[in-house]
Design a protein. Structure first.
Length: 315
C-alpha cells in the first residue's frame, strides 16, 4: 500500500524548523531554501578559513551543492539577478571538493590503513603523506582566495538583496502544493535506468555517474520532504546509504590512483597495504550490491514510482 503524504496544514516544517504555510507559492518555497543555505554559508565561512577542523569544509561543500540544486530545480520559478548562476556556484564547489577529497584521503591513510601496516610499509608511505599535505596546502590556498574574492562575495550579496525583494516567474507565483510532483520529476525520472545499478566492475566510471545522479535526486526530493509520506522518507534514507557505499568505493579508487602516481611507491613492495585495500573494496562492493539489488527490485521500484507520481495529490 502506498502511504499518503502528510497533511500540509499539520505542522510541516522547513529545513530551518519554520512552519510552512499551506498557500506557499513555488517561488516563495525556493526563496526559503536559498535563504537557508546562504545563512549556512555565512556561518561556516569563518570556520572554514580558520582550518582547525575538516568538518566545516565538508558542511560548506554540502551547502554549496544544495544551493546549486535549488537554483537548478526551481529555475523555471525564479527571476534571479544578473551574475547569479549555478555555474558560478559549481566553480567554487570544485575548489571545496578538491580540499575535501584530500582530507578524506589523508584520514583514510592515517586512521584506517597505517595502523594495520608493518613498520617498513608505514615508512614507505611517508612520502605519499607529504605529497598529500603539499597538494592540500595548495588547494586550500586556492579555496581561500575564492572565498575572499569579489566574485563570490558579490554573488552572495546579490542573492541576499534578492531575498528581500524576490522576483518570480508566473509559474513561481503558483501554489507549490499543486506542482510538487513536477518539481521532483526531472531529478528522479530515469534514475532506475542508469546502468550503474547493474554494473559488475567495482572500478567502473558508471558507478561515479550513478552516485552523482542519486545525490541530485536526494537533494531535490529533500526540498519537498515535508510533503513526502513515510515510504518516500525511507527511500531518501536508502538513497543516502547508496550514496555512501558508492562514495567509499570511489574514495578507494582515488586513493589507489594517487598511490600509483608515486614513483617511489611503484617501486616499493607493499603487500599488506595492497591486501587491505582489496579487502576494503570487496567489503564495500558487497554492501553496495546487496543494497542496490534491493532498491532495484521490481516491487520496490514500482512502489517508489507510484509515490513520486502521487506526491501532493491528496494535499
Amino acid at each position: 500500500m502506498v502511504p499518503n503524504p502528510p497533511d500540509p496544514g499539520a505542522g510541516n516544517l522547513d529545513a530551518g524548523g519554520v512552519p510552512i504555510e499551506a498557500g506557499l507559492s513555488s517561488g516563495e518555497h525556493a526563496r526559503e531554501r536559498i535563504r537557508h543555505q546562504i545563512r549556512r554559508l555565512g556561518t561556516l565561512q569563518a570556520e572554514v578559513l580558520a582550518d582547525r577542523d575538516p568538518e566545516p569544509l565538508h558542511q560548506l561543500r554540502v551547502s554549496l551543492r544544495r544551493l546549486r540544486t535549488v537554483l537548478i530545480q526551481f529555475a523555471p520559478a525564479l527571476v534571479l539577478p544578473e551574475g547569479v548562476s549555478e555555474r558560478r556556484i559549481a566553480s567554487l564547489g570544485r575548489r571545496t571538493g578538491l580540499c575535501r577529497d584530500l582530507d578524506v584521503l589523508r584520514l583514510r591513510l592515517e586512521q584506517q590503513l597505517l595502523p594495520k601496516l608493518p613498520q617498513e610499509e608505514q615508512q614507505s608511505l611517508g612520502g605519499a603523506l607529504k605529497r598529500l599535505d603539499r597538494d592540500r596546502s595548495q588547494a586550500f590556498a586556492s579555496l581561500t582566495e575564492a572565498l575572499r574574492g569579489a566574485r563570490y562575495l558579490k554573488l552572495l550579496e546579490r542573492l541576499h538583496k534578492w531575498q528581500k525583494r524576490p522576483r518570480f516567474t508566473p509559474l513561481g507565483e503558483r501554489p507549490l502544493l499543486l506542482w510538487l510532483a513536477d518539481w521532483q520529476a526531472p531529478f528522479t525520472a530515469g534514475l532506475f535506468l542508469d546502468p550503474g545499478w547493474l554494473e559488475e566492475d567495482p572500478e567502473a566510471e558508471t558507478l561515479h555517474g550513478l552516485r552523482k545522479r542519486i545525490k541530485a535526486a536526494r537533494y531535490a526530493l529533500e526540498h519537498l520532504e515535508p510533503w513526502c509520506g513515510s515510504g518516500l522518507k525511507a527511500w531518501l534514507q536508502d538513497l543516502r546509504l547508496a550514496q555512501d557505499h558508492l562514495g567509499e568505493l570511489h574514495d578507494l579508487q582515488v586513493l589507489q590512483r594517487t598511490l600509483a602516481e608515486s614513483e617511489r611507491l611503484r617501486r616499493a613492495s607493499l603487500p599488506v597495504l595492497q591486501a587491505e585495500l582489496m579487502i576494503q573494496q570487496r567489503q564495500h562492493w558487497q554492501q553496495w550490491r546487496e543494497h542496490a539489488g534491493r532498491l532495484h527490485q521490481d516491487g520496490e521500484r514500482r512502489a517508489i514510482q507510484r509515490q513520486l507520481l502521487e506526491l501532493g495529490r491528496s494535499c
